[in-house]
Design a protein around this ligand. Structure first.
Ligand code: UT7
Length: 332
């Protein structure tokens, strides 16, 4: 019996999973043929062998639709929360177009922009919609076409970023059941926004004489340090809230920014290297798509199975970071 006016506790439970990648593979060799870099440097400094890139005319909506359809399966959703920082247009949001393409009628739909942390932020947003009784089945998509933000002549960003989308379907369920998300730990530090920054294109500076201002500029080494520290800190915080010990975690699914960041964070946490889920070698850094794509790959290759206790943690521009946990469910 709940008090008058209050809602029975409802958790967001993972009920579907899907990913989408563009067909075009960009290898390290292809990049090294036109920029001052090498396959060896990219592999040893980042762990990336190849990444994907959209075809001309292919966009964030296209990838989000494909991943969303895979996660939905035969099911429906009454809400779409789409994490992206590369929306097809500056205005409006991308999510309503994706909902329309998926035939979801007048489902509530909006974008969340927390860059590479966007998927974890979107999961938390969706969990709130479910807990508040505002939605019952939420399609959460992370989709980014980061190659649209990257200066094709910048050897410090070109090797790292790729395009993709991943999605989960969340349904209302019981706290404590397999697949139930949470707790969440989410943070930001806007004073450091310029560590990963696109100068022009937004309201502060719509146009610029210098085309370079439309591209993302990254202070890689500083971002690397913050990423390791914040992902470890947030992981510890969420584990403590969940009442889990580090040793309880079977799979550590971190934002795929750099294999060295994932390994260093796992080491700081005292987690065995084989708990780290990684697909960065094949997709690079796909920003908001990174975590659901890593989940989809891990399920496909049998690395992640029902019953595994999973820690998700992300870090990105903003700066933003955050984590959550769940016990992996059986999916259709
Ligand atoms: O999604 C969340 C946001 N992104 C991240 O989390 C990315 C975080 N940062 C990183 O992953 C790493 O900082 C990078 C992979 C970007 C760079 O690795 P690093 O070990 O921090 O290298 P560095 O920037 O300190 O550069 C080392 C050297 C420099 O040469 P000198 O000054 O030592 O002579 C660079 O000029 O490597 C040089 N360098 C390259 N050399 C060959 C930088 N980029 C390249 C390149 N190929 N592509």
């Amino acid at each position: 019996m709940t008090a008058a006016g209050s809602l029975p506790p409802r958790s967001a439970v993972v009920a579907g999973l899907g990913g989408a990648l563009p067909d075009r593979v960009v290898t390290n060799e292809e990049i090294a043929a036109r920029l001052d870099t090498s396959d060896e440097w990219i592999r040893t400094r980042t762990g990336i062998r190849e990444r994907r890139q959209v075809a001309p005319g292919q966009s964030t909506v296209d990838l989000a639709e494909e991943a969303g359809r895979a996660a939905l399966g035969d099911g429906r959703a009454d809400a779409v929360v789409l994490a992206t920082s590369t929306a097809d247009q500056l205005c409006p949001a991308t999510a309503p177009q994706v909902a329309a393409r998926l035939g979801l009628g007048t489902a509530l739909a909006f974008d969340v922009n927390a860059v590479c942390s966007g998927f974890v932020y979107a999961l938390a947003t969706a969990a709130g919609l479910i807990a508040g009784g505002i939605a019952t089945r939420v399609l959460v998509i992370g989709a980014d076409v980061f190659t649209s933000l990257i200066d094709p002549d910048d050897r410090t960003t070109v090797p790292i970023f790729g395009d993709g989308a991943g999605a989960v379907l969340l349904r209302a369920g019981e706290p404590g059941e397999r697949g139930a998300l949470g707790p969440f730990d989410l943070h930001s530090e806007g004073e450091l926004a310029k560590l990963l920054w696109v100068e022009a294109g937004g309201a502060a500076r719509r146009v610029s004489d210098d085309p370079k201002d439309r591209f993302m500029v990254m202070q890689g080494t500083a971002v690397y340090r913050h990423a390791c520290a914040r992902m470890a800190e947030s992981s510890r915080a969420v584990l403590e809230q969940a009442g889990w010990m580090v040793g309880d975690v079977d799979r550590f699914v971190g934002h795929q920014a750099n294999i060295r960041i994932l390994q260093a964070t796992a080491k700081q946490l005292g987690m065995p290297a084989d708990a780290v889920v990684a697909n960065i070698d094949r997709v690079g850094n796909t920003s908001a798509a990174s975590i659901p794509l890593a989940l989809a790959d891990a399920v496909a290759d049998g690395t992640l199975v029902p019953g595994h206790r999973v820690l998700l943690t992300a870090f990105g521009a903003g700066l933003t970071w955050g984590s959550t946990v769940l016990t992996w469910p059986s999916l259709p």
